[in-house]
Ligand binder design. Structure first.
Ligand code: ATP
Ligand code: MG
Length: 350
């Protein structure tokens, strides 16, 4: 999205609110091979709603991953999401690359509710508009301070920020490499992390619509904490299926269910808005990534609610992962959480 320099080998580095995640890939024949993989948990208030509050803790976590995993590559691709990121598909009255380039700042002013002096602007041409004149464009605007927030932490950790992407596009990138979605299929990708759900609706290699909602795994933990009178740590364990004293796994289920209802309401609202503004076609398939994809019952509830196929994204599905170097059980377990980092690492090969 925002290229900050010349790219070669890049480490995909996802700074999430629950953890920092790193992935490095290389080409092996015509496949991608996993070279390095790391995840380092962050304390509760270190990253809040996608904003880095405690830069020192984050840069220490980054350094720890690079040291522990012996990652030598310094160039990093990272991503942002949440309030300070606006992604909008617009039709611009321009028919060449040059016309487009000069029309974008004006178009952005019409569509982006931020002061243009405060944002970094990027765009991707999606080809001629189907309805008449002009070109369809995906506009991306990110508050400059948000980008600085991320790049400063990377510099502090001794890394070179090379690409800044949007979480949703990174997931889509990872999805495309691992899944052969039919070109006509209208797919919705849900990346449900600890505090943010990125929703990307795409077809045939083109994202058509994105929205970020401030809901995620923390909401489940909060609810269990309140309803069952638990500490944050115990609520997290219970949520993830681990045993804790005095509460059975069955007791958590109605509470998980009710939070999933809230998430589904947001998803439904987003689908409705998409159909009102972008395309009247129905969503045909849902793919879920992020740690919260593993909430017990979530996938089944989504299937029942939307009546379409729903599956979890495994970003390593088609990657070469050497069982002698990596614990395959562990890779499988953390897979849904690594989608953004895999998508970012793939920017090495753009
Ligand atoms: N087995 C599991 N079952 C249920 N929830 C899980 C499980 N494993 C992880 N989670 C939850 O997933 C969330 C972390 O997911 P992820 O790593 O995708 O988020 P993040 O990228 O750190 O957050 P965000 O993108 O919202 O800032 C946490 O809320 C965690 O409790
Ligand atoms: Mg995330």
């Amino acid at each position: 999205m925002f290229g900050l320099g010349k790219t070669k080998s890049l480490v995909g580095l996802d700074i999430g609110s629950s953890a920092v995640k790193a992935v490095e890939l290389r080409m092996k024949g015509s496949s991608y091979e996993l070279v390095n993989l790391g995840i380092e948990s962050l304390g509760q208030d270190t990253v809040v709603d996608g904003a880095i509050m405690d830069a020192l803790s984050v840069s220490s976590a980054i350094e720890k991953i690079f040291n522990d995993q012996h990652i030598k590559t310094k160039n990093v691709a990272t991503s942002v999401s949440g309030h300070s990121v606006i992604v909008k598909r617009v039709t611009v009255g321009a028919n060449s690359e040059e016309e487009l380039y000069s029309a974008i700042p004006y178009e952005a002013q019409q569509h982006i509710p931020f002061d243009m002096t405060d944002v970094n602007l990027s765009y991707q041409s999606l080809g001629p508009a189907p309805a008449g004149n002009g070109t369809d464009v995906m506009l991306v605007a990110v508050k400059r301070e948000k980008i600085l927030n991320h790049t400063n932490v990377l510099s502090q950790a001794g890394k070179t920020p090379t690409v800044v992407d949007y979480d949703g596009f990174a997931v889509y990138n990872a999805f495309e490499v691992n899944y052969e979605a039919p070109p006509e299929e209208m797919a919705a990708l849900l990346n449900i992390g600890a505090s943010i759900m990125n929703i990307v609706i795409a077809r045939g290699g083109n994202p058509l619509f994105t929205r970020d909602v401030s809901v995620g795994g923390n909401q489940y933990t909060d609810t269990l904490q309140k309803e069952l009178d638990l500490s944050f740590e115990d609520a997290e364990k219970l949520k993830q299926g681990l045993e804790i004293s005095n509460v059975t796994q069955e007791q958590k289920l109605p509470h998980l269910r009710s939070v999933t209802e809230i998430l589904m309401l947001e998803i439904q609202k987003t689908f409705d808005f998409f159909r009102q503004t972008t395309s009247t076609e129905n969503i045909q398939h849902i793919y879920v990534s992020g740690g919260t994809a593993k909430i017990e019952g979530l996938i089944d509830q989504l299937k029942a609610e939307f009546n379409i196929p729903v599956e979890a994204i495994n970003p390593f599905q088609r990657l070469v992962v050497d069982g002698k170097r990596f614990d395959l059980g562990y890779v499988d377990e953390i897979a849904p959480r690594m989608s953004v980092a895999v998508g970012l690492a793939l920017r090495s090969f753009d």
